[in-house]
Design a protein around this ligand. Structure first.
Ligand SMILES: Nc1ncnc2c1ncn2[C@@H]1O[C@H](COP(=O)(O)OP(=O)(O)OP(=O)(O)O)[C@@H](O)[C@H]1O
Ligand SMILES: [Mg+2]
Length: 278
């Protein structure tokens, strides 16, 4: 494993067998190859984009990387250990380092829990900041630009953008190294989305985080990511530095995918990539 590699994925596979919807269908079962023999590496400190059509397997791949679902085959090396086959105790310890932020800031926060409880949940699970959880929550809220005084409020008292900040605070609670952002800004309008992206980038620099940034928005990915992986029907068809991929996609599927964006938006109020050398 190369020194700068943080995550190495080898031959990951997840198939689903589903019954077709039609009652009179002659086919008994259909196999969906959600993730089909995927291998790639993520480098420390980079923002790696993952793009592809809806249903191509992006979320399934993200969940497999964190063992939120079990793969059929394959290995995921993290800190040079196969994360997927670690014994329970070590797996639990390593989970602190790996976090995920989901798309929907409404569904992902329990409406009956106060913000302090939501953000401190990972601390309780991992026995961190014992008896000082509220202090840590205060610090985390400050980091994501929310007033500490809001920690006893409920999710419905926040806007969509603020809820996503709460999700980010929760994801950072355990000081992770690697964060998967699954459509983390997709449900937000453009200006709020840009603010959240700027926050994600600021946090990435501050804590040397590594992101896998899953998105269907090719414009956002073009601005935010250092490298981009293109997924088609469960397979990775191309991985390339963002600029190179956008200027000169080599795979025919990437060209088709990119032809659907009329023109890359040039006016997003975002800084360009942080210049990581590849
Ligand atoms: N639990 C499941 N049971 C059966 N099929 C599933 C399950 N989870 C996902 N799939 C199927 O696997 C494929 C990949 O789904 P996935 O959610 O990973 O796609 P995606 O790229 O994240 O899509 P989107 O862009 O819409 O979020 C889809 O065909 C989906 O229907
Ligand atoms: Mg998805």
């Amino acid at each position: 494993m190369a020194k700068e590699t943080i995550v190495k994925v080898e031959n990951l596979k997840k198939y689903y067998s589903v019954r077709p919807q039609e009652i009179f269908s002659k086919v008994g079962q259909e196999i969906i190859k959600a993730v089909d023999d995927v291998s790639f590496e993520i480098r420390k400190g980079e923002i790696l984009g993952l793009v592809g059509e809806s249903g191509c397997g992006k979320t399934t791949l993200g969940k497999l990387l964190l063992k939120l679902i079990e793969p059929d085959e394959g290995r995921v090396y993290y800190q040079e250990k196969n994360f997927l086959s670690l014994p329970a105790k070590k797996l639990r310890r390593m989970r602190r380092e790996l976090q995920i932020i989901f798309q929907d800031p409404y569904k992902s926060l329990n409406p009956r829990m106060r913000i302090a409880e939501i953000v401190s949940e990972p601390l309780i699970v991992h026995h961190l900041w014992k008896n000082k959880e509220r202090e840590r929550v205060k610090e985390l809220l400050k980091l994501v630009g929310l007033p500490a005084g809001s920690m006893d409020n409920f999710p419905h008292q926040f806007s969509g953008g603020e809820r996503q900040r709460i999700n980010i605070a929760r994801a950072l609670a355990t000081n992770p190294e690697f964060v998967i952002c699954d459509e983390a800004v997709s449900s937000l309008d453009v200006s709020i989305s840009a603010q959240i992206l700027n926050l994600l980038r600021e946090l990435q620099r501050k804590f040397s985080l590594t992101y896998l940034f899953i998105s269907h928005d090719l414009s956002v990915v073009g601005y935010f990511c250092d490298r981009v992986m293109v997924m088609e029907k469960g397979k990775i068809v191309e991985v390339e530095k963002t600029e190179k991929l956008y200027q000169n996609p080599s795979h025919s599927y990437t060209r088709t995918l990119f032809s659907s964006i009329p023109k890359i938006k040039k006016n997003l109020p975002l800084e360009k990539g942080h210049g990581q050398e590849n």
